[in-house]
Design a protein around this ligand. Structure first.
Ligand SMILES: Cc1cc2nc3c(=O)[nH]c(=O)nc-3n(C[C@H](O)[C@H](O)[C@H](O)COP(=O)(O)OP(=O)(O)OC[C@H]3O[C@@H](n4cnc5c(N)ncnc54)[C@H](O)[C@@H]3O)c2cc1C
Length: 457
């Protein structure tokens, strides 16, 4: 593809998916002056675009404007692992559902509904993004991992034995696994860019390379003009912390990925990895992987060190030790792929709230709202946000607006350098615990030390 803008190389280098994106990444026009509209949405990632998409369907006459600092899908929406995964983006205890089995079942059902809903939109809008609902397999390769997996899936569920696991994929030393059918593989850049095109076709205006520098009820100030709108929605996820007023709202934790060159089908057949199946493991610093449309392995994990002064920075998107850890994980779990050349390495910031659980907020009095804090779960959860925000903006009381993440208030992270120290300690201890468990096959008890900073603990 012959893109004209000098910035396009910078966009393409952001991920395998953006690099391989078959269409143009030339930015759409920027905001050219002052503008009046009904609804202004900041951020053209999944959250902003799903919100625009559903609002336009439900209120076709509404004048909806999306303001994006770079291009649609520039953020993690165009860089992620492509896991469209059911389940809540957060923990039952954070939402007060620990002793409420009915509420928990309703919340899980609402969260799960996004997987098929995304599939339905992809079909309806003709978005060619390799959506394939073949499920996800979580594998455990040590006893502590098996126990964590069991605790996670709940007592009513049974794990697969090593021989049953072989029906999905062959992983040396696997002890058990869990198959969840509520998951689909996708090429995230094609999905987010396709969604932007659908929004535009339906009459949403998207301005790219347009930085929202001041967001207030009724107006958004950008370098080249102001947008006045009755409703203003912020959908800027981890980037939200770049604004001083929100700097402690999330811990911007980087997740990084690598992708191999395309591997022949014969190798995939030998590994027995069904096309479309997503695979993760249960180390504390777990990996998540997909076999891509063109036969690559794309695999990611966390553990990139947090920088005190530049928590969000291009330099955080690559890290040699995370890359080595991912390559080691490949060599152990999928030895036949160990020699495949790594062609891409990239990453992006996750927005981790203090309780690791998402929120959708809308204040009808001021007409302002925001959604996010998905940690690493936003591909499906952002769709739920878009549908829920639509109901909130249109002042409808629905099953979605009654969900516990709506109006879910989370306290800020500790001030620096405590947030920095906490995040460094989390990564260092989890890495040590994984090494300990791999060596000894026994649970690393000292992970308890960082429990106050982890999800739902
Ligand atoms: C490497 C990696 C792998 C991941 N894997 C998965 C996965 O497999 N499954 C999953 O569910 N989740 C995954 N995630 C998380 C998932 O990608 C995010 O939760 C999701 O994309 C968040 O979407 P969003 O629209 O809320 O935010 P973003 O995609 O971050 O979009 C926000 C947008 O706002 C724009 N913006 C920021 N500031 C401004 C401003 N001032 N003015 C205008 N625009 C602004 C940004 O440029 C950006 O385009 C992964 C994340 C990473 C980094």
């Amino acid at each position: 593809v012959n893109d004209g803008s000098p910035d396009v190389a910078r966009y393409r280098s952001r991920s395998l998916w953006l690099d391989e994106y078959p269409g143009s990444l030339d930015p759409r026009p920027s905001l050219g002056g002052d503008l009046d509209c009904d609804i202004a949405i900041i951020g053209a990632g999944f959250t902003g675009l799903w919100t625009a998409y559903y609002l336009k369907r439900e209120a076709p006459d509404a004048r909806i404007v999306v303001l994006e600092k770079e291009i649609a899908g520039f953020g993690p929406s165009g860089r992620n692992g492509g896991w469209v995964q059911g389940g809540m983006a957060g923990t039952p205890s954070a939402y007060g559902l620990r002793n409420d089995p009915d509420g928990l079942a309703r919340a899980n059902a609402a969260a799960d509904s996004s997987v098929d809903e995304i599939g339905a939109v992809v079909e309806r809008e003709g978005i060619d993004c390799d959506f394939s609902k073949a499920g996800a397999l979580a594998i455990a390769t040590s006893e502590p991992q098996r126990q964590r997996l069991l605790a996670e899936v709940g007592s009513g569920q049974s794990l697969l034995s090593p021989s049953e696991t072989e029906g999905y994929v062959k992983v040396p030393g696997v002890r058990s696994s869990y198959f969840s059918p509520t998951a689909a593989r996708v090429d995230p850049a094609r999905l987010v860019r396709g969604l932007a095109d659908s929004c535009e076709r339906s009459g949403v205006s998207i301005f790219e390379r347009t930085d929202a520098i001041e967001v207030a009820p009724g107006s958004v100030r950008c370098p080249s003009g102001a947008v006045r709108a009755e409703t203003v929605i912020r959908a800027t996820e981890a980037f939200t912390t770049q604004a001083k007023a929100h700097s402690r709202q999330f811990l911007p934790l980087y997740s990084l990925m690598i992708a191999t060159e395309p591997v022949p089908d014969s190798t995939w057949n030998e590994i027995g990895w069904r096309n479309g199946l997503l695979i993760s493991d249960h180390h504390h610093l777990f990996f998540y992987a997909q076999r891509t449309r063109d036969g690559r392995l794309a695999i990611g994990g966390r553990g990139s060190p947090y920088r005190l002064r530049t928590p969000i920075d291009d330099r955080n998107e690559r890290n040699s030790s995370v890359m080595s850890r991912l390559q080691e994980a490949v060599a152990k779990a999928f030895p036949l792929l160990a020699e495949a050349e790594v062609t891409h390495h990239w990453g992006g910031p996750l927005a981790v709230p203090r309780d690791w659980s998402m929120s959708i907020e809308f204040d009808p009095a001021t007409g302002t709202g925001w959604a996010g804090g998905y940690t690493g779960h936003g591909v499906a959860a952002s769709n739920l946000s878009g549908r829920t925000m639509t109901d909130l903006v249109l002042r409808r009381e629905t099953e979605l607006t009654a969900m516990p993440w709506v109006g879910h208030r989370v306290r800020n992270w500790e001030p620096e350098p405590l947030r920095f120290l906490a995040s460094r300690a989390i990564v260092a201890l989890l890495e040590r615990a994984d090494n300990h468990e791999d060596r000894n096959g026994r649970k690393a008890e000292y992970v308890r030390l960082i429990r106050p900073f982890l999800a739902g603990k």
